[in-house]
Write a protein that binds this ligand. Structure first.
Ligand code: ZN
Length: 96
């Protein structure tokens, strides 16, 4: 990440060379759907790499590692056990 033209993997720091196995990934917490997160994965390009929140990954392994690190940030573990929420479903509006 950064404006340098020499891309480095955000996981291992290796410099990018002539290979097409690199990825750029980014995530967004403020997604359209509440409680959901959006992780985008792109084939590497410099334009993508310099975007805010973009991660540069040297390959599929480190793309996976990066993703694994984001998930707990995007979905923090709740302190209270998760219970099936009782929802006011549209069915409850049934006059019968
Ligand atoms: Zn790497």
């Amino acid at each position: 990440m950064g404006i340098s033209t020499t891309a480095k993997c955000d996981i291992c720091g290796v410099e990018r060379k002539a290979t097409n196995h690199w990825f750029v990934a980014s995530f967004s917490k403020s997604s359209i759907v509440q409680g959901a997160a959006c992780i985008r994965i792109y084939a590497y390009s410099l334009d993508r790499a310099i975007q805010p929140n973009a991660a540069v990954l040297c390959g599929q392994d480190h793309l996976s590692q990066w993703t694994s690190k984001q998930v707990p940030l995007l979905f923090p573990v709740r302190e209270t056990p998760e219970v099936d929420e009782v929802r006011d479903s549209e069915d409850s509006n049934d006059p019968n």
